[in-house]
Design a protein around this ligand. Structure first.
Ligand code: 6PG
Length: 246
């Protein structure tokens, strides 16, 4: 069975860690592995970064090497509609934990232009993606988190954005500040997805996403890249409601 077929037959691979340090080290190894594969195959590594608090420790572990910043392009899966100096800014968090330490060429860092109004920022980001890819979106790896309500990126339960089938980037309406987020047409075009989820408060959403019935209002469950390669890195708390061998 080829590696790709293995992934198709096992759409969600799950790794559970007793402690955060082991989880984040494994995540950094996955990013480095995906980067080396991408650069060997395509000459560049197109990495989609998650926001929120969970990935902070991962970004602080990423360094050059094993990343090759000159051939690694960074995009954000979502952003809050705030200035990059605002503590809520995902770009600010990524700058503090990664960009301040690893010498990425400025042209390799693709932030959302949140100095524009949210709808314009979303359109602008979509145009930047289209210009960069020159065809369908093709991220080599997407890092995603998940909220306790099962949202991922800024795709929230009940949002019209969950049913967006054309646009790659939209601005949400229900959140304050408004969010700019990639949609499933863009997320599900990724070669592979790596979810990082920690904390017992997320255990119900993890169990629902991984072992629950299909739910069109559970965003994390709707991340289904065509390659089928979705890996969940969980701590014991987040995994605590998973049934063994389900
Ligand atoms: C964001 C993220 C979002 C995040 C989850 C989990 O902008 O907030 O992209 O999808 O991954 O909300 O957030 P925590 O890691 O802070 O729990």
């Amino acid at each position: 069975m080829s590696n790709r077929d293995k992934h198709k037959s096992n759409p969600n691979s799950i790794r559970i860690f007793d402690d955060g340090q082991a989880l984040y080290r494994a995540a950094a190894e996955e990013v480095a592995r995906a980067g080396a594969e991408a650069i060997a195959r395509d000459g560049k590594f197109v990495l989609l970064l998650s926001g929120g608090a969970t990935p902070r420790r991962l970004y602080a572990l990423l360094s050059a090497p094993p990343l090759d910043p000159s051939r690694t392009h960074l995009f954000l899966g979502d952003e809050r509609g705030v200035r990059i100096t605002n503590p809520q800014s995902n770009y600010r968090m990524i700058s503090e934990t990664l960009l301040s330490r690893v010498p990425f060429p400025p042209e390799n860092i693709h932030r959302v232009k949140t100095d524009l109004p949210p709808d314009d920022a979303a359109m602008n980001y979509e145009l930047e993606l289209k210009e960069f890819f020159g065809g369908p979106p093709a991220f080599h790896l997407a890092l995603l988190g998940m909220g306790a309500d099962g949202h991922t990126a800024s795709l929230f339960p009940g949002s019209d954005a969950l049913r967006e089938s054309e646009r790659w980037v939209v601005a949400t309406r229900a959140e304050t500040p408004r969010r700019i987020t990639l949609t499933f047409p863009a997320l599900n075009a990724c070669a592979e997805v790596l979810f990082l989820v920690t904390g017992a408060q997320k255990a119900p959403a993890v169990a629902a996403a991984l072992q629950g019935p299909p739910d069109p209002d559970l965003p994390a469950q709707m991340v289904k890249p065509a390659s089928g390669r979705v890996t969940w890195l969980l701590d014991r708390g987040a995994a605590s409601l998973l049934k063994p061998n389900a």
